[in-house]
Design a binder for this molecule. Structure first.
Ligand code: NAD
Length: 484
């Protein structure tokens, strides 16, 4: 049986304490994950600290950039290994992982290597009180040992999105992948060794959150900063751990994102865009749309069109051609999503489509499948409209005016993303200015440029990463003042 080992100081480390990793498509056991205890976490932190003082710490940025390019190339060379590992762990369609997850996993190293290599720092000349001059300039040094705590929905993509800039800035990292998706972070250890990244620069510890590797890592005093992607509640626990020692955090958290469709939108494009934003990755995307608001003149037609799109989605295993919807990640997560499906009915929602479990043949019947689901008719106060479900479902409600659309979009404690569909420039810009989110898409969704800022407002996160913004978290800026 496959063994997922920890990766500490360039070595794969077994612990003997294992838990099973299951395939979401049929719940078969994929392998055994070796859970890291305090001892292994301590060893990983020690290795990462030593690497900061060793070859890695002394390496020029030019050489670092070369190594990170080599990491990206090696991921691409082993593309199929990463693809198979990611798809087995998540159950997502092969087409999705091969177009988004794995290519972005490689790109995250190249893009941030380039950014770090090319970013300037400021310098000023000033007059001094004695009539002379002084020159001040800024130096960036690494934050230090960075803990990278990851979710399961886009495992390689979201992990490398942190590891790429962290390493480019000269830090060392300890990754704690989700207990649901241990494979690609482990595989990345092989890549690091293959291209000659020094020992201790990249480490992986497996396990859970509380009472396990996640907690041990985030409260470890040898960790200088924590970058985390996951649920808002987990973010609160990690923030409490980070308070000890006043260590900085960068958080990308949950959302309850609105999609706003105006009557003047390009109808077909809006339907296609909202379909994608509600159902891609089986709705397990932090940026996904779970609240759709449609201007009243096109409301009925839009609901009907979205219903047809949802019903046309092919549900099935990753490699089956044309599959648009995989399973949810785990039995536990499916129970949560189905709980909301039941709650919606109990609250009197009109179930436009879905609301249950699809019939799957043979072994697939053991997988964590749910139907893509649309509801209408619930009040804004309903938990279905307020709470993040993280499944292939959304509630659709009508609105009349721009003011109303803004108020509806903002009536949540979250603030991650909004997608707006309109052909009216003034409406588009007004929405962009007034929605309380970190990301606002106009006539698009999930379009990303890694040079731009990414993050959430309100309870959806702390800080921004992406482009030069990543440097704000992964480096300490030192001012040097030279009296001339
Ligand atoms: P999660 O918060 O349950 O777990 C994320 C990681 O944190 C896992 O590795 C887990 O083991 C670890 N963890 C849990 N409790 C911990 C603790 N007390 N201390 C330290 N580590 C702990 O999230 P998830 O279920 O894996 O992912 C889904 C969530 O992630 C959703 O809420 C989604 O919106 C969010 N997400 C946000 C973004 C974003 O960019 N804003 C992106 C992807 C996912």
């Amino acid at each position: 049986m496959h063994q997922y080992l920890n990766f500490i100081n360039g070595e794969f480390v077994a612990t003997g304490k294992t838990f099973e990793n299951h395939a979401p498509v049929d719940n078969r056991v994929l392998g055994l994950v070796h859970e890291a205890g305090e001892r292994e976490v301590d060893a990983a932190v020690g290795a990462a600290r030593a690497a900061l003082k060793g070859d890695w710490g002394r390496m020029s940025v030019v050489k670092r950039v070369e190594l990170l390019y080599a990491v990206a190339d090696e991921i691409n060379r082993r593309f199929d290994d990463f693809l198979q590992a990611e798809v087995a762990d998540t159950g997502k369609p092969l087409s999705l992982a091969s177009h988004i997850d794995i290519p972005r996993g490689a790109a995250n190293f190249k893009v941030f290597a380039d950014i770090v290599k090319n970013v300037p720092t400021e310098s000023f000349e000033m007059a001094t009180p004695d009539g002379g001059t002084a020159l001040s300039y800024a130096l960036r040094s690494p934050l230090g040992v960075v803990a990278v705590v990851c979710p399961w929905n886009l495992p390689l993509l979201l992990m490398t999105w942190k590891v790429g800039p962290a390493l480019a800035c000269g830090n060392t990292v300890i990754v704690k992948p989700s207990e649901e998706t241990p494979a690609t972070a482990t595989l990345l250890g092989e890549v690091m060794n293959a291209v000659g990244v020094p020992k201790g620069v990249y480490n992986v510890v497996h396990g859970f959150g509380p009472g396990s590797a996640g907690e041990f890592l985030t409260r470890h005093p040898g960790v200088n900063g924590i970058t985390f992607t996951g649920e808002t509640r987990t973010g609160e626990a990690i923030m409490a751990a980070a308070a000890k020692g006043v260590r900085p955090v960068s958080f990308e958290l949950g959302g309850k994102n609105a999609g706003i469709v105006f009557a003047d939108a390009d109808f077909d494009k809006a339907v296609a865009g909202i379909t994608r934003s509600a159902f891609e990755n089986c709705g397990q995307v932090c940026l996904g749309t779970e609240r759709v608001y449609v201007q009243r003149p096109i409301f009925d037609r839009f609901v009907q069109a979205l219903k047809e799109k949802a019903q046309a989605l092919k549900v099935g295993p990753s490699e089956e051609p044309g599959v648009g919807l995989g399973p949810l990640i785990s039995a536990e997560h499916r129970a949560k999503v189905l709980g909301y499906y039941e709650k919606a009915k109990a609250e009197g929602a009109t179930v436009v489509t879905g609301g249950g479990v699809p019939d799957m043949p043979g072994a697939l019947a053991q997988g964590h499948w749910v139907q893509p689901t649309l509801w209408t008719g619930l009040p804004e106060s309903s938990p279905i409209v307020r709470e993040e479900i993280f499944g292939p479902c959304c509630h659709i409600a009508p609105f009349d005016t721009v003011d109303e659309a803004i108020a509806l979009a903002n009536a949540t404690h979250y603030g991650l993303a909004t997608t707006v569909w309109t052909q009216n420039l003034a409406t588009a810009h007004r929405m962009a200015r007034e929605v309380e989110v970190g990301l606002c898409w106009i006539n698009s969704w999930f379009l990303r440029d890694l040079r731009t800022a990414f993050g959430g407002a309100k309870a959806s996160g702390i800080g921004r990463e992406g482009g030069v913004h990543s440097l704000e978290f992964y480096t300490e800026l030192r001012n040097v003042m030279v009296k001339l």
